[in-house]
Design a protein around this ligand. Structure first.
Ligand code: PHE
Length: 335
């Protein structure tokens, strides 16, 4: 008897109920008055009295299961035919979207980076894309004749004789200055945003791109913490086995300064080092310009190239791809 119940259950569970006919024949075969479940139920008389309770219970469960399989199949078929009918008959109904929107790879990368830094205890700050000369250059310890101020690299919005120059910010570092000027310590923030440089467009450079600045200012901040944070970031972004190297470098606003490269390996096994960030200890002159006392506090800063990080992450080898908005690229980033 128990074997009969089990066999019936298997049959019921594997029934394919995708048409009206199949569903009706399921009902007739198993559930109708002369169907196989009621027929088996009638054999309760053949079961030894002490086993009848258990037999009855199993049979009830089987019947309920069959009933709900049938009901669900009915509902599913009804909603499917409703959909088909309304799609073909009522042209005022909105169509099913065939292509859902996707996040741009740069947006995804910025989101991931923000998430990593939130987990590392940073908050997020923003600053203006049009900056004055003071925040973009002077406060960051750029000497007046520094080549980066040159027309070659900077887009000027206003180049005044009497008024201060206004520029499209050439990096996110001016946001550091703005946070330090607010003067609320400790500062532990990342600052994502768009930056602009008057450069020739090539596979590796574009006239606008994205950076994420980082700043930590407090008493006693030191270089070891900076490197620890950058290594932690690289591991969280690219995985524990990421290959990186840290090199000495120079920036007017940090001393000492470093750059970090990550090893980029292509499918064919060839590879190269790709620079993903500049960083260093905030120069005492910068602390002073922003109104802080370098005898009391110190800080580290870093500026990451979001485009580079995205290119490494997704194996994109031409930065222009990120700004062409070709749907064939964007569609690869769905889900
Ligand atoms: N602002 C630098 C750049 O654009 C990067 C940087 C930020 C370096 C902070 C050191 C500290 O190249």
């Amino acid at each position: 008897m128990n074997a009969d119940i089990e066999a019936l259950r298997k049959e019921i569970e594997s029934a394919v109920l995708d048409t009206e006919e199949a569903i009706e024949s399921f009902r007739l075969t198993y559930l109708s008055r002369k169907g196989r479940i009621p027929s088996l139920f009638k054999k309760i008389g053949d079961v030894p009295p002490e086993q009848r309770g258990a037999f009855g219970q199993s049979m009830n469960e089987l019947k309920e299961q069959a009933q709900s399989i049938w009901e669900e199949a009915e509902l599913a078929l009804k909603s499917k035919t409703d959909d088909e009918r309304s799609a073909s008959e009522d042209l005022t109904l909105p169509v099913e979207p065939t292509l859902a929107g996707t996040l741009h790879p740069l947006t995804r990368t910025v989101n991931e980076m923000k998430e990593i830094f939130l987990r590392l205890g940073f908050d997020i700050a923003h600053g203006p894309e049009i900056e004055d000369d003071f925040h973009n250059f002077t406060a960051l310890n750029f000497p007046p004749e520094h080549p980066a101020r040159d027309m070659q690299d900077t887009f000027f919005v206003r180049k005044g004789e009497e008024e201060e120059d206004l520029v499209l910010r050439t990096h996110t570092s001016p946001v550091q200055v703005r946070l330090m000027q607010e003067g609320t310590l400790p500062i532990r923030s990342v600052m994502p945003g768009r930056v602009f440089r008057n450069e020739a467009v090539t596979a590796k450079s574009y006239f606008q791109f994205f950076q994420m600045e980082g700043l930590y200012v407090q008493e006693g901040v030191h270089m070891g913490e900076l490197i620890q944070t950058l290594v932690q970031f690289a591991r969280m972004m690219y995985g524990e086995d990421v290959r990186y190297r840290v090199r000495p470098s120079f920036f007017p606003f940090t001393e000492p300064s470093i750059e970090m490269d990550v090893w980029w390996e292509k499918d064919n096994g060839a590879g190269q080092w790709l620079e993903i960030l500049g960083a260093g200890m905030v120069d005492p002159n910068v602390l002073t310009s922003a109104g802080l006392d370098p005898e009391k506090v110190s800080g580290y800063a870093f500026g990451m190239g979001v485009d580079r990080i995205a290119m490494l992450r997704y194996g994109i080898d031409d930065i222009r791809t990120l700004y062409e908005n070709d749907l064939r690229l964007l569609r690869q980033f769905s889900g």
